[in-house]
Design a protein around this ligand. Structure first.
Ligand code: NI
Length: 172
């Protein structure tokens, strides 16, 4: 297993709809293992394949105190309710916002052995799945915010990035 580099907002792979997984081969299993390790190391509670630069319909989740779960070719087939909750993203590190999401979802997906499942989730887990599922459609969470909040967040992000660049100029 290896920790992979996490892509950041603005990178092309995060803006594209990811391609369906067709073959569950050794390479895909290696990718899943690497994604789990990358998520744990970050640390994060969910990670989508485009966040490690791979445009595939695949995401991993880690609920506190349970084994990681892998969803392949997930499809949200039902959504109900609406609530705001704080979210962050490993592709936009250090920034958080309150994001509206459905409170109950039904998802069709394959597990890492290719078996098909229908899953129903509520609240916190439903929120993580919707966030990661968005990554597979080329959507990052600021796009779920109203335009003023989004612009403020992205400005903060640019300022942080510029700050980082200046720091590295000073130290080199
Ligand atoms: Ni994210």
């Amino acid at each position: 297993m290896a920790v992979r580099k996490i892509t950041l907002i603005g990178e092309d792979v995060l803006r594209r709809e990811a391609r369906k997984v067709k073959k569950l081969d050794k390479e895909l299993h290696r990718l899943i293992d690497d994604m789990v390790e990358t998520m744990r190391e970050a640390p994060g509670i969910g990670l989508a394949a485009p966040q490690v630069g791979i445009s595939r319909q695949l995401l991993v989740l880690c609920e506190p105190e349970s084994d990681p779960v892998c969803l392949i070719n997930p499809e949200i087939v039902e959504m109900e309710g609406n609530a705001y909750g704080e979210e962050g993203c490993l592709s936009l590190p250090g920034l958080y916002a309150s994001v509206p999401r459905a409170t109950r979802i039904r998802v069709l997906a394959q597990d890492c052995d290719g078996n098909h499942h229908e899953i129903e989730d509520h609240d916190f887990l439903a929120r993580i799945i919707q966030h990661e599922y968005d990554h597979l459609q080329g959507i990052v969470f600021p796009e779920r915010l109203d335009v003023l909040t989004r612009n403020a967040l992205l400005e903060e992000w640019s300022a942080m990035r510029n700050g980082m660049r200046q720091d590295s100029t000073v130290t080199t």
